[in-house]
Design a binder for this molecule. Sequence first.
Ligand SMILES: NC(=O)c1ccc[n+]([C@@H]2O[C@H](COP(=O)([O-])OP(=O)(O)OC[C@H]3O[C@@H](n4cnc5c(N)ncnc54)[C@H](O)[C@@H]3O)[C@@H](O)[C@H]2O)c1
Length: 433
Amino acid sequence: MNVSIFGLGYVGAVTAGCLAELGHGIVGADVQQAKVDAFNTGRSPIIEPELDDLLGTARAGGRLRATTSAEEAVAATDASIICVGTPSLESGRLNLDFVRKVSEQIAAALRVSGKRHVILFRSTMLPGSTRQMVRDFFEDLRVSGQVSVYYCPEFLREGTAVRDFREPSLAVVGTHDGREPESDEARRLLGGTPAVLAWEGAEMIKYACNYFHALKVGFANEIGRLSKFLGEDGARVMDVVCADTRLNISRYYMKPGNPFGGSCLPKDVSALLSFARQEGITLPLLDNTLDTNQAHLDLLIKLITSKGARRVGLLGLAFKADTDDLRGSPMVAVAETLLGRGFHLSIYDPSLNLSRLIGANEAEIQRRMPHLASLLKDDPREVLESSDLIVASQKCVPLEQLATLVNANQYVIDVNGWRELAELPWNYEGLCW
Ligand SMILES: NC(=O)c1ccc[n+]([C@@H]2O[C@H](COP(=O)([O-])OP(=O)(O)OC[C@H]3O[C@@H](n4cnc5c(N)ncnc54)[C@H](O)[C@@H]3O)[C@@H](O)[C@H]2O)c1
């Protein structure tokens, strides 16, 4: 394909060099004459390993040139990849002026040429930005089929950018409606087997990834500070933590849903934090862990109480399935709050047998919900039939059985991503989806 690259900075220059290496014809476009001149002499406008060679070879092979004219770039190509900067404003908000400007220029050029064109936004933009750009500049062209618009976030790291382009850690394509694109044009340009989402989902993934990286660095540094205070080698501690790829570096604990609970996490988080505070060690990231968990629980309660239903059924009470451990269970907190506000409650949890509860578990119930026995039902039917709203925190009733018992007037709140619930004939809402 012949491809325009708008913005010849770190992302644009690398994309240009790597696409030229794959045989595409590249027209770079930038407002800075110096960058255009660098391209036109086969030099990289930025320092990045391998890039000078890639651009030099492409230029020598007649597959690379650059211009300051958007119209010229669009007229000569089949696709435009938008890699212009999206800097922060003074307030921290995102400045989309460059993206807007380029979008306006591309749209104007396409109205003149009338040619079919692929537009691929690559700059990092907040969810909703691609749709906004399409609404403002491309909607009629998109509806008529003259343009296809994709949002494909970039994950390259400066310093290893060429290698990252050739072997991307992640490939994502955002489409208008989240469905697989009819043509493979985005894949042909960016390679890999991309995950396909709607534009907003693809935009969100980029932020989730960068936030996660920032969070990991902050976490490792806080554990490092704490370790050093204790005379331990923080790097060694984190090395060993990362060696566990089942629980630590894995999908486990990475699914939005229930707030954390149980007998260990809340207790251990509190213990480490109060120790650090006592010793005067500042750990702002770890310090907010309990607050974010509480905010999640508050949201769940708000969701439940917002539906106008007074008879609520809980599927699952223990902090997770297949245990009778009620200590620190978020659903016990939900039950306590609802009872305190006068809701009628019934509960089904097949792992809970009150007569077998002993020790700390029994003490927890006696302290927080002494009349739990009267709320717990042995048969899920009793819960489902007596509730206007069901809060499903565990998959403790088979879907087929649920399907025979629910009706269209009931609400269900899905706490842990039991998506099949959405197929049943009731009003479904997920806590995080
Ligand atoms: N740098 C990275 O490692 C990296 C990685 C992933 C994603 N991103 C994202 O990619 C985008 C680009 O980042 P970058 O680091 O390459 O930025 P950059 O500042 O290095 O380059 C942006 C280029 O866009 C050009 N530009 C501005 N307005 C223009 C216009 N109207 N027409 C043509 N060119 C124009 C600028 O002159 C500049 O050369 C940003 O949204 C960034 O967040 C960057």
